[in-house]
Design a binder for this molecule. Structure first.
Ligand SMILES: *Cc1c(COP(=O)(O)O)cnc(C)c1O
Length: 386
């Protein structure tokens, strides 16, 4: 057994991050400035988006995106219950309603076949999530969206770098929102990015990300700018700092290496668990590039004498951290009490949640760590077969 605890997630921080942050600090420009502009340009190039707006979280990115497409009180936004709190709470910020649509059992992603029947005259947007970094079926989602004149705002918190049918996630042209939270594939502590090809939405997100002011501070105070500004709407305080952007640039430069390593770990897990009847390995698609932000293993509970919670306890006893993605939103008190949901209202989400275990998958893991995870999982299964 391992002598030390293997954390569930760790960022990949090296000298390049430290150098970047040091440079930002020494420059004297520590809030939004040249590093942010550089990071936006580099990220736009990486995903193939015309416009990128750096913000301080993916939550902020989704809030601004919904604002830009004009979501208002009483409107509806179609999304998935199989996600993190942020995806639906941003809809509630407008006193609008998240309309949950169940997931596909194999992918954990929004089931495109169920979207059309959820569209009403109050629907204002569709908000899919690329769960674990496996792209949602954007082709079918866009086809429903276009039929009804709706924008697609994708929650790509897990999906960098990911590709769907040859297209980078972030290049859809509508609005894509990324997260640079501590555990995400690019980590800046806190951070996010909005990608779009629409100049009107880009302009609105930019303005609303900093107090609804028509010019940002670094232009105002630098030599090329002026002291004059105008407030065109009561905006938000969602701008990214140059300190975070400096780290983002360093992280971006090693994206390929970090992704290759995660893909390699995923392949080792799948090779080890693929033939085990008590386990179900994550789905992948040949026409996609999976970002492998999460490795979502599933337990075939009918073949085991332990629950998912006990399985995670057993992993912890073996010094390995695991997690669960996600506790579906309709099971949480707020959504249950506000909308009167029962667990079975989204039966696929409810069922898959009960047997999901996320294993550690990050580029800092050594080969021995990966082997320890494999050994622990196989041992727990062997000791608890029905
Ligand atoms: C992490 C996460 C978010 C929120 O990202 P922040 O940058 O922390 O706001 C949104 N959606 C999903 C699916 C996430 O996992």
């Amino acid at each position: 057994m391992r002598a030390t605890f293997l954390p569930y997630a760790l960022p990949d921080i090296d000298e390049t991050d430290l150098d970047g942050v040091r440079e930002a600090l020494e420059s004297g420009w520590i809030t939004t400035g040249p590093k942010v502009r550089q990071f936006e340009a580099a990220f736009a190039a990486a995903v193939g988006a015309r416009y990128t707006i750096a913000v301080n979280s993916c939550t902020a990115a989704m809030h601004l995106s919904l604002e830009a497409v004009g979501v208002q009180r009483g409107d509806e936004v179609i999304t998935t219950p199989y996600t993190f709190a942020a995806t639906a709470e941003v809809v509630r910020y407008f006193d609008a309603r998240p309309i949950f649509v169940d997931i596909e059992p194999h992918s954990f992603n929004l089931d495109p076949a169920l979207i059309e029947q959820a569209v009403t005259e109050r629907t204002r947007a569709i908000l899919p999530v690329h769960v674990a970094g496996l792209p949602a079926d954007l082709e079918r989602i866009f086809s429903v969206a276009r039929r009804h004149g709706l924008p697609v705002i994708d929650d790509a918190a897990h999906a960098f770098p990911a590709r769907s049918q040859g297209q980078m996630i972030g290049s859809s042209g509508d609005l894509t929102c990324f997260s640079f939270y501590a555990t995400k594939p690019i980590a800046t502590g806190e951070g996010g990015m909005i990608c779009t090809n629409n100049d009107r939405w880009a302009e609105r997100c930019q303005v609303m990300s900093l107090h609804g002011i028509s010019h940002d501070a670094w232009k105002r105070y630098s030599a090329e700018g002026s002291w004059y500004y105008e407030i065109v709407a009561p905006g938000y305080k969602y701008n990214l700092t140059d300190i975070a952007a400096a780290m983002g640039l360093a992280q971006l430069a090693k994206t390929e290496r970090m992704w290759q390593r995660r893909a390699q770990i995923a392949a080792r897990y799948t090779e080890a668990f693929g033939g085990v009847a008590e386990l179900q390995v994550p789905h992948n698609r040949a026409d996609c590039q999976h970002a492998w932000h999460l490795y979502m293993l599933r337990l075939n509970l009918a073949r085991l004498r332990i629950s998912r919670a006990q399985f995670i306890e057993e992993m912890k006893r073996r010094n390995i951290g695991c997690s669960v993605h996600f506790i579906p939103l309709h099971l949480h008190p707020y959504y249950r009490e506000t909308y009167g949901y029962q667990p079975e209202d989204f039966p696929v989400s409810y069922r898959e949640y009960q047997r999901e275990v996320s294993l550690p998958i990050y580029s800092k893991m050594r080969d021995e760590d990966v082997q320890d995870v494999i050994d622990a999982v196989l041992e727990i299964v062997a000791l608890n077969q029905r």
